[in-house]
Design a protein around this ligand. Structure first.
Ligand code: GSH
Length: 237
């Protein structure tokens, strides 16, 4: 009998708008492994719903009797638990290198993307999350969301410099993992998917060569990412 699987995923006021980059990695990872999971829409303040995980962030995966949190831990869990399914990392060295991609994305890429899109996020959140989001994010950035929004053009220019190594790599090969995507691509593209769903701002200029890789990732796994509902937002200045 197949195991029941549930993934708690961050959602906006519209529960179909799932914009967390960390949750997207796990959606991709499950698709890559050919595993299905039910999903539970979760809001920032729904801490009680994931209390069994002993912490307050998503993704949280319930896989049969196992409760796993933290996207990297979930990816390693899936790889170890389902070794006969397609590998997320290709090899142990691939797994070690993917850890670097994981850290670079969390420590460099995500903060750069956040500075571009964060001012758009309150508008898509459930009302009960708005104060929490503002207070926690303004403390983290040391700046009001409005001040971050006012610096959007500079932040976008900075982001476009930060992603130059992605650009040069992904014009030389189709995916970070080579001919086909693996968890390294899931990690990085999920940041672009976050912005695509939550913000009207395009992270890439129309002629950015990285756009072709984004299109390949949108098409991957039967168009999983392309099919995801996006928030409808007016373009802000
Ligand atoms: N290191 C964690 C980070 C997860 C994370 O930050 N998730 C956000 C959603 S994108 C969250 O649940 N935040 C809850 C909060 O800020 O209270 C992972 O890789 O899963």
């Amino acid at each position: 009998m197949s195991r029941s699987r549930l993934l708690f995923e961050l959602s906006g006021a519209d529960e179909d708008v799932r914009f967390s980059p960390y949750c997207w990695r796990i959606r991709f990872a499950l698709a890559h492994k050919g595993l299905t999971a039910g999903t539970v829409p979760w809001r920032f303040t729904d801490k009680d719903a994931i209390v069994a995980s002993g912490q307050g962030k998503v993704p949280v995966l319930i896989d049969g009797d196992h409760c796993v949190f933290d996207s990297w831990a979930i990816a390693e869990y899936l790889e170890a638990t389902y070794p006969d399914h397609p590998s997320l990392f290709g090899s142990p060295p691939g797994q070690a290198l993917a850890r670097f991609i994981n850290q670079w994305t969390g420590e460099v890429l995500h903060p750069a993307i956040a500075r571009v899109v964060i001012a758009d996020i309150p508008a898509i959140l459930h009302e009960k999350d708005r104060d929490y989001f503002r207070t926690s994010r303004e403390a983290a950035f040391g700046s009001t969301l409005e001040a971050l929004g006012a610096k959007r053009a500079d932040s976008l220019a900075a982001l476009r410099r930060v992603i130059q190594p992605l650009r040069s790599t992904l014009t030389a090969q189709p995916f970070l993992a080579g001919a086909t995507p693996n968890y390294a691509d899931h990690i990085v593209f999920s940041g672009f998917q976050w912005a695509r769903i939550a913000s009207p701002v395009s992270l890439l200029a129309a002629d950015d060569p990285l756009g072709a890789w984004c299109e390949r990732m949108l098409d991957a796994y039967d168009g999983l990412a392309r099919a995801a509902p996006r928030a409808s937002l007016p373009v802000s200045a």
